[in-house]
Write a protein that binds this ligand. Structure first.
Ligand SMILES: *Cc1c(COP(=O)(O)O)cnc(C)c1O
Length: 383
């Protein structure tokens, strides 16, 4: 089976992990700041707080922005459940802004319309979480303008987009947001097996996130609320979590960062090759916004005929192509239905769900395998 995604680990990555394993620190130690620096250097953001997953990064981002019960957080319905769950962890309500049918990202037009309505009923969001689906940035300049006009904070869920660019600058520089989150799950662009990071230019947000990454406990006397009892002293000043990344994982991440541009180039070349191979096939290929250079985490096609969706999907899986579907709209999940969401709430997201298929895309995908994917798709469409 050709999988839809796969990590790319080389001997340097393995050597880096072995070296970390043999060192004095194997959980959060000196390799964490080194890994964080590789991401601040790469993106230009001032701070990076590395944690055990992007889910954890989204949670501490919401926490640092003061999200709590009574607040409301908006995200896209077409994303992984973690983009919405992070707000629920803080006790906040969640609502969704339907997608742009061309890019599949949160629609700025719909966001604007929803903000006008929300203002009139006094229910504006505290935080909006745009998701850079497939690795292509949302229209962040417009979203940042709305954030200013309607006074909300912005967390970019850039789990798919490390290595991508928006208006020629790296995604993650936080030029248009308060915090940007990356994921290092093995199917994503670079990996630490499990891991994530919150990037920010704000000193206070960085400090708050670093604190709750490890129980809300500090050994820094400058942060303590009461006088130190002695050299053994540590103090809990907030309710935090154990969201630490290990030094073993950070070693892998730092090593992976050396190849990030190579990874993005290969992914873009493969995506371009899919575009060519599918030019005369009855599917919609991914639309690229002119402001964006996508990290190309996913290559999503949309069938023109939604009646064949399930059949094509099953045919391809049966014939050795590990297609996938990113994502089931969150509001259709039973947990979210229990909170009051219903089918029909976000028609663009549901139309996407009825027709989308993620084709295999990863750095080690060969041209032969790619040809096989396209041949299988063609056969599935005419079956
Ligand atoms: C993968 C992913 C996450 C969660 O990442 P983890 O590192 O697995 O916690 C969150 N949001 C999106 C859009 C993702 O694709």
């Amino acid at each position: 089976m050709i999988p839809y995604g796969k990590q790319d680990i080389n001997q340097n990555d393995i050597d880096a992990v072995l070296e970390a394993l043999k060192s004095d620190f194997i959980t959060q130690g000196p390799r964490i700041p080194t890994f964080e620096k590789s991401l601040t250097d790469y993106t230009g953001a001032k701070h990076g707080v590395a944690v055990s997953s992007a889910t954890a990064a989204l949670h501490i981002a919401c926490h640092a922005l003061g999200v709590e019960k009574g607040d409301i957080v908006w995200t896209s319905p077409v994303t992984f459940v973690a983009s919405a769950n992070c707000a629920r962890y803080c006790g906040a309500d969640v609502d969704f802004v339907d997608i742009d049918p061309a890019t599949y990202n949160m629609s700025v037009k719909r966001l604007k319309r929803k903000l006008i309505e929300a203002k009139s009923i006094g229910r504006l969001p505290k935080v909006v979480i745009p998701v850079h689906l497939t690795g292509q940035s949302c229209e962040m300049e417009e979203i940042a303008q709305l954030a200013e006009d309607y006074n909300f904070k912005v967390i970019e869920d850039a789990s798919h987009a490390v290595g991508g660019k928006y208006k020629s600058a790296p995604v993650g520089n936080c030029a248009y947001s308060d915090i940007t989150v990356f994921s290092f799950h093995p199917v994503k662009i670079i990996t630490t097996a499990e891991g994530g990071i919150s990037m920010t230019n704000d000193d206070e947000l960085a400090e708050r996130m670093a604190l709750v990454r490890s129980h809300g406990v500090t050994r820094d006397e400058n942060l303590m609320k009461e006088e130190s009892h002695g050299p053994w002293y540590y103090q809990q000043i907030d309710l935090g979590f154990n969201y630490r990344l290990t030094d073993i994982q950070a070693a892998l991440g730092t090593s992976q960062m050396q190849r990030i541009d190579e990874f993005i180039k290969i992914r873009n070349d493969l995506a371009y090759r899919y575009d060519q191979l599918l030019a005369d096939v009855a599917v919609v290929t991914p639309v690229q916004h002119t402001d964006c250079y996508s990290a190309r985490h996913l290559y999503v096609i949309k069938l023109e005929d939604e009646g064949k969706h399930r059949q094509v999907f099953e045919y391809m899986r049966k014939n050795g192509v590990g297609v996938n579907l990113h994502y089931i709209p969150i509001h259709l999940q039973p947990y979210y239905k229990r909170l009051g969401f219903n089918p029909g709430d976000y028609p663009a997201a549901e139309d996407y769900y009825a027709r989308a298929i993620s084709l295999p895309l990863y750095t080690k995908l060969t041209h032969d395998e790619q040809d096989q994917v396209v041949a299988t798709l063609k056969a599935a469409l005419s079956a």
